[in-house]
Design a binder for this molecule. Structure first.
Ligand code: GDD
Ligand code: MN
Length: 369
């Protein structure tokens, strides 16, 4: 039987922990191919959570306890990951809240998804069949929904709807690969970073619906302000989409600057200056995108491959130019030439940026499998 390690991080969960452990091990009877192990990672809870776990260990052979300092949820999970990888060699590792917000009876559904071939299964609240508590105050709902949308669109990984969910089943190879890169994310932002890096490693992600329930005992430990700031910072600095837009802007400035110099100072023909400056911008965009925006899927350093990808990049850029020229002519014909600059901005924002981003990802910087 393959092993599953369920990590429960706890800080003051004495009212929940024993009952939760019991309900998790109760799921074992539904599972033929999997052997459940539970690891409680307790950060020195003053309410005696760890003593209760120790007491409960006499009832369950597969119940493990790790005590850590209180350094945040991310740190607790990293310590838990290291422990289960070294001591239990599981095939799958779960993340799960220890306050009954996540239902143990969902565990078999995660494992079914793993059996179907997924590497990273998310318990998702915003897909059909999932939910957040109806009685949450409006600000809490907004916080959760908008937070997720910002991450989803900021990182431009639209297929995942629930980035911040803390109920997940992850294949161990992903955890082993990625955990060493996560030590800087000590708080709740750790969840976003782990998923983002897993996708970059080529993990096959699936979502299953869950009903997120409000805790009945104890209090939440989330520091919302810190969480928002750290998540925004993560998205702004790690998003290949945002970097790609920044590269596009630098390209536009370079294009304009070279044109200006060649036309105003050297008095070149307009068309030659335009061609040359546009090509310089294309080359610089290609290099910056390769070494910065898409550095996680950098082109292999073989020269012929470089040339091949660069030609593709050039073709896509030429296509963008064609779309822009055609679009602006059409809009001018339909709505009058006077507002050409508005058409230009709209076409770039809503057509060219998505068009190029999608093609760069599909043709030039393909996901490594
Ligand atoms: N060991 C340890 N150390 N555990 C911790 C710490 C810590 O510093 N901080 C929180 N926990 C444990 C809690 O005891 C609980 O079992 C679990 O982590 C989740 O913490 P809550 O305090 O209940 O978080 P929440 O309900 O406000 O946050 C929910 O939303 C987050 C963002 O969407 C949870 O579902 C999180 O998992 C989720 O990331
Ligand atoms: Mn909670």
């Amino acid at each position: 039987m393959k092993r599953v390690a369920i990590i429960l991080p706890t800080y003051n969960e004495s009212k929940n922990i024993e009952k939760l452990i019991g309900e998790i091990f109760n799921q074992q009877k539904k599972l033929k191919n999997w052997q459940l192990h539970v690891l409680v990672v307790d950060s020195n809870s003053p309410d005696g959570t760890s003593n209760l776990v120790k007491k409960t260990q006499s009832r369950y052979d597969n119940l493990h306890l790790l005590k850590t300092e209180k350094e945040g949820l991310g740190k607790a999970y990293i310590a838990g990951f290291t422990y289960v990888v070294n001591h239990l060699s599981p095939t799958v590792i779960f993340e799960m809240d220890a306050d009954f917000s996540h239902s143990p009876s969902d565990i078999p559904f995660f494992l079914k998804e793993i059996e179907k071939g997924s590497d990273f299964v998310i318990g998702a609240r915003y897909i059909k069949g999932g939910s957040i508590p109806k009685d949450w105050a409006l600000h809490r709902k907004m916080f959760s929904i908008f937070g997720n949308l910002i991450v989803r669109f900021g990182l431009m990984k639209l297929s995942v709807t629930d980035w911040t969910s803390g109920f997940r089943a992850i294949k161990t190879w992903i955890v082993k690969d990625i955990a060493p890169q996560l030590s800087e994310y000590s708080g709740y932002v750790f969840q976003v970073a782990l998923l983002d890096k897993a996708i970059k490693k080529g993990a096959k992600v699936a979502e299953i619906p869950i009903h997120f329930l409000d805790r009945k005992h104890g209090v939440s430990k989330i520091n919302s302000f810190q969480y928002i700031i750290q998540t925004l910072f993560y998205v702004l600095t790690k998003s290949s989409f945002i970097k790609y837009v920044v590269v596009g802007l630098t390209g536009a400035v370079l294009d304009f600057g070279i044109s200006y110099f060649l036309i105003e100072k050297l008095h070149w023909y307009l068309w030659i200056a335009t061609l040359l400056s546009a090509e310089c911008a294309i080359i610089s965009n290609f290099l910056f995108n390769n070494f910065w925006s898409f550095s996680h899927k950098k082109i292999d350093s073989k020269f012929s491959l470089y040339v091949n990808k660069f030609l593709k990049f050039n073709t896509i850029s030429a296509g963008a130019l064609g779309i822009q020229a055609g679009g602006i002519e059409l809009a001018g014909f339909l709505f009058g030439r006077k507002y050409w600059y508005i058409y230009k901005v709209l076409i770039i924002a809503f057509v060219i940026i998505p068009y190029s981003y999608i093609l760069y990802n599909k043709v030039v910087w393909k996901e490594k499998k």
